[in-house]
Design a protein around this ligand. Structure first.
Ligand SMILES: [Zn+2]
Length: 306
């Protein structure tokens, strides 16, 4: 086998090392280091060869490495179950443009998962939700929906809600109105193609959307902008137990919990998180169901303090 890259890589590495460390003039040291680096590079290339090639788009969408050794920990005693509820998802367009929480009477909450679908983490999460009869809302990225439509179909089939999280996950405050419309409509169309449903609400990537843009997506797409009341900062990967304790500490009635099914740690945190919230008496509903049961604050206040 011919190795033209070998000698080329060797020369380039030597040159860049000499440039980075002009104070080190020991050529033989540089040569040795260059050779070691070149050899390492070639070794890892060779090791990568037997792996199945993945489409470039899939590689770009999947940012986490999954842990194939992870096993869902067994739960002590019976798993608590979210009560069955026949609730309307039809909220009034007049109910508001932006929500971080929803005033409701009763211990209802919505848990939301952003940035999926993910080929391993989302199905694993769906299993956990199904075991507890918990209905969640998934703010999906349109281009990932195009990659994994069957996961979105399963999500919908199991009673969860799909929300619009844009097509390419750009910071929308920097986008023109035309680009905002395109991000919303491309994601909406990907969801419709995959699962035959229309999203009812949207969450902007990074939570960033100008008031004027919120009004635009509300009037043109009918989407209220859904932010959150509980943020465990799970994307920083603080460890599953920290994710759980932050969510349990922060959740109150009418709350909207933010989490990311893109990250395996977040999914690892879910059995304890869901069970903890159920044992505290919270009842899980989708974001649209939560919006549909909105009381005006005065009514909620009156029923809380009779
Ligand atoms: Zn996101």
């Amino acid at each position: 086998m011919d190795h033209p890259i070998n000698s080329l890589g060797f020369k380039i590495l030597n040159a860049s090392l000499a440039e980075e460390h002009p104070e080190r003039n020991g050529i033989s040291t540089l040569s040795r280091r260059g050779f070691l680096l070149a050899a390492t590079t070639l070794t890892s290339c060779a090791a990568a060869e037997p792996l199945k090639p993945r489409p470039a788009a899939a590689a770009a969408a999947v940012k986490t490495t999954t842990n194939p050794n992870y096993r869902t920990p067994s739960v002590q005693g019976p798993v608590p179950r979210n009560p069955d509820q026949a609730l309307s998802s039809n909220f009034s367009k007049k109910s508001g443009i932006t929500f971080t929480r929803v005033p409701v009477s009763g211990k209802f909450i919505a848990i939301t998962f952003d940035d999926g679908p993910h080929p391993q983490n989302t199905p694993r999460l769906l299993d956990m939700l199904r075991a507890r009869n918990v209905k969640a809302t998934f703010y999906v990225i349109g281009r990932s929906v195009d990659l994994y439509p069957q996961i979105v179909r399963r999500t919908v089939a199991e009673g969860h809600e799909i929300g619009n999280h844009s097509h390419t996950h750009r910071l929308m405050t920097k986008l023109s109105d035309t680009e905002v419309r395109s991000e919303m409509s491309r994601c909406r169309d990907a969801i419709a193609r995959a699962a035959g449903v229309q999203p009812r609400t949207m969450r902007p990537p990074y939570g960033g959307l100008l008031q004027r843009q919120r009004e635009l997506v509300h009037s043109e797409f009918g989407y209220p902008t859904i932010l959150w009341s509980v943020d465990p900062l799970d994307w920083k990967r603080p460890g599953p137990s920290v994710v759980t304790s932050r969510i349990l500490a922060g959740t109150a009635a009418g709350g909207i919990v933010l989490a990311h099914d893109l990250h395996s740690q977040t999914v690892d945190a879910m059995p304890a998180t869901l069970d903890g919230l159920l044992r505290r008496g919270f009842k899980f509903v989708t974001v649209s169901q939560l919006l549909a049961m909105k009381t005006d604050s005065a009514t909620a206040q009156a029923s809380a303090n009779p």
